[in-house]
Design a protein around this ligand. Structure first.
Ligand code: ZN
Length: 724
């Protein structure tokens, strides 16, 4: 990959990534002079990790200076100046080794003219500590790396030290462009995604792996008892057959995934009630009336059965469903059990809960998600809160952190700045977040650094005062100021500069917020509707999202669907259009049902659903643009996988999310549908809406349907003439 490298003057603005410490005396090592070096990089022989770390160091020296540093396996009789990586004989002779501290450490030591780099878990950590801390290299994005301005010579002022990591497991779950770029995450000392050290199937919500809901009809006794009746939504964690299965499955998964550390035994998603059978309730009662107690019986049973796999492989449970947050009494967790705490309760409760859990479980990770997943471009002031949380978690002795940001795609507010700053803080929570943000702005945005840092400060000032942006600023003033900052930043950035895409991506939340405000003001703002401004905003959003490859507006809705939805307003205004046609893939999609089908008109992709009763495909009706209390007819275009004789092959409905009721349902007979072509089918009787809040149409197929799976392409909503 081609990299844009910006050479920066050291010390001029860099906040040192090495915290102030007692070693005031720095050793000066002249690593290159007149484009040559007298140093060799030596590494611990027969240690692959040390060899790779040494190669990384040489690669970075070459990129910085153009000089090839020789790499040689360490041998006792080596002569000349050297940089030692790992446990070399030279290091051993001087007694240099990681101090036993219970935490991962990275050591940088200058002794005489020589430099020693070694880590307790990974020597690469020490190489990065030196490159970032002593040479001021910065690996901001896959495209933008900053190196010191070395001129004719590269001089390192080495602060000999041991860095102790704040968290052992560190993941910023963000844009895949960073997470899957092996250089970015290795250089910034965080994990690649890889399901946070779990096998994909054993990440979380694994009850259904133990006993799937498809067994409900045959063996209801394996499922949770809710209100006196079995329910397929959860399993009974104390049932001997479920315990037996869990033991068998987890051992098998551990054997199949020898490189994975964590295997989750955890409740299903959805906040469904836990099992209230007598056996579970008795156990819960005996353990301080904490509902999670019965679940922990299962976790402990499984942990005992796979104790021989520890410490490399551990059994994990999540604290997620609100009722499961309460800590149980009189229970001892097995030593090979760890916990993943989901930070889904108000901040003030988290620390006290974690303190209690820490008495039961030594190894705790936190899953933090302070992002608006319903709108990735919602400008929020939550970042300072995340920074404070990290300091708090470090104080509590938390082992692992997964920070779920806008993930998988480019987008969000200052997404890449946040990712880089958070990666630094996960290594060392004592660093100054604002100082890091300033470094990022200077390194990445170049001439526009001042404006971009001013935007960062403006967005985060309310968070520092525990307020929201809405509480802190007049909305118009905030957006006008943000607009002015971005316009000034863009004016200073030449077209060929890689910062341009970064600034434009960061500008999107402001443009989208403006467009949303105008859209949400309709139809009240109809008499003064700013047509030209609205059109310009949509054009600009379209251009940037296409240039910068921004595919989503939220976790469930793609960018093209959002833009089509917003453009309908222009169509309504200009053509007085009251009927609508969209593609199902532009709606809200759960569990990724999108697929392609050459038989579908338009080639925008279709949705595919199975016969499981779920509502995975929804289209939110354009209620702002519809007439109230007038009749509309819905139609949708379907194809089925297998010929059907079901009288209820597919079902659909219109659900009023404000009044929480169905306002129209329909059931489609299999004989009306085809396997070889898409057919428009009328969905139920005409209906009307009475408000402009959320109303949506959904599609589903019951478990009794024989269609295999079904596809939806276009959806039509047509205004009918009033009967009178
Ligand atoms: Zn039970």
């Amino acid at each position: 990959m081609k990299r844009f490298t910006s050479v920066i003057a050291t010390a001029a603005f860099l906040l040192c990534l090495v915290q102030a410490r007692s070693h005031a005396q720095k050793a000066k090592l002249v690593l290159t002079e007149a484009h040559a070096t007298h140093y060799s990089i030596i590494y611990e022989a027969a240690n692959r990790n040390a060899m790779k770390a040494a190669a990384e160091l040489a690669r970075q020296f070459k990129a910085m200076t153009g000089v090839d540093f020789p790499i040689v396996p360490a041998s006792a009789d080596f002569q000349g100046a050297f940089i030692s990586v790992g446990k070399t004989p030279k290091a051993e002779r001087l007694g240099l080794k990681p101090e036993p501290s219970g935490k991962t450490t990275a050591c940088v030591r200058a002794i005489g003219d020589n430099l020693f780099l070694y880590g307790s878990a990974d020597h690469h950590d020490a190489v990065m500590a030196f490159l970032e801390g002593d040479l001021h290299c910065r690996f901001f994005t896959p495209e933008i790396t900053c190196y010191p301005d070395c001129g004719n010579s590269l001089v390192a002022e080495v602060d000999s030290r041991t860095e102790k990591v704040s968290f052992e497991r560190r993941l910023v779950f963000t844009d895949y462009g960073l997470l899957l770029d092996s250089d970015w995450y290795r250089h910034n000392r965080v994990k690649t995604w890889e399901h946070f050290d779990h096998p994909r199937d054993w990440l979380c919500h694994t009850y259904s792996k133990i006993t799937p809901p498809t067994e409900f009809a045959k063996s209801p006794e394996l499922f949770a008892v809710v209100n006196g009746k079995p329910s397929s939504t959860m399993i009974c964690p104390t049932h001997p057959e479920n315990i037996r299965r869990a033991k068998e499955l987890v051992r098998k998964a551990m054997e199949l995934n020898p490189g994975k550390k964590l295997f989750s035994i955890s409740e299903n998603d959805g906040g469904y009630p836990y099992c209230q059978c007598k056996r579970c309730l008795d156990f819960i009662h005996d353990h301080g009336d904490a509902p999670i107690a019965a679940h922990l019986l299962l976790v402990n049973e499984v942990a005992r059965s796979v104790a021989d796999r520890a410490p490399g492989q551990l059994v994990e449970f999540i604290v997620y469903t609100p009722s499961f947050h309460k800590t149980p009494a009189n229970i001892a967790m097995e030593p090979n059990v760890c916990m993943w705490y989901c930070a889904n309760l108000p901040k003030e409760k988290r620390a006290s809960e974690l303190r209690e859990w820490k008495n039961l479980v030594k190894d705790i990770s936190v899953w933090e998600y302070d992002v608006d997943f319903s709108d990735y471009f919602h400008i929020t002031s939550m970042f300072p809160g995340v920074v404070d949380d990290l300091k708090c978690y470090n104080g509590l002795g938390i082992s692992g952190i997964m920070l779920q940001e806008v993930f998988g795609v480019r987008g969000g507010d200052l997404q890449r700045l946040r990712a880089w700053v958070l990666a630094k803080l996960l290594w060392d929570t004592s660093l100054d977040a604002d100082g890091l943000a300033l470094e990022y702005c200077r390194g990445v945005y170049g001439a526009a650094a001042e404006e971009m840092f001013a935007y960062y400060c403006m967005v985060n000032a309310p968070g520092k005062a525990s307020r929201t942006i809405e509480e802190h600023y007049d909305r118009k003033e905030f957006l006008d100021r943000a607009d002015a900052l971005f316009k000034a930043a863009l004016a200073k950035t030449p077209a060929e500069c890689p910062a341009l895409k970064e600034i434009e991506t960061d500008y999107l939340p402001v443009l989208i917020t403006r467009a949303n405000d105008i859209f949400r003001g309709f139809p009240e703002n109809k008499p003064v509707f700013p047509v030209e401004e609205y059109r310009r905003l949509l054009d600009e959003i379209t251009r940037i999202t296409s240039d910068c490859n921004i595919p989503k507006i939220s976790e469930l809705v793609d960018m093209p669907g959002y833009l089509r939805d917003r453009r309908q307003l222009l169509d309504t205004l200009e053509n007085n259009n009251s009927s609508f046609q969209v593609y199902a893939v532009d709606g809200r999609l759960y569990n990724y049902p999108r697929t392609s089908d050459p038989l579908a008109e338009g080639q925008r992709g279709v949705t595919r659903q199975f016969c499981d009763g779920s509502w995975l495909v929804q289209w939110v009706l354009p209620t702002k643009l519809m007439h109230l209390n007038r009749p509309y007819q819905l139609e949708a275009e379907f194809r089925i996988e297998k010929p059907s004789i079901s009288t209820t092959a597919i079902e659909s409905g219109v659900y009023d999310a404000v009044q929480k009721k169905q306002i129209c349902t329909s059931s489609i007979n299999g004989s009306e549908l085809s396997t070889s072509e898409y057919r428009f089918i009328k969905l139920g009787k005409p209906f009307s809406i009475s408000h402009r809040g959320e109303v949506y149409v959904y599609f589903t197929a019951p478990a009794t349907s024989d269609v295999g799976s079904f596809y939806v392409n276009r959806i039509r909503l047509s205004l009918l003439a009033d009967k009178d």
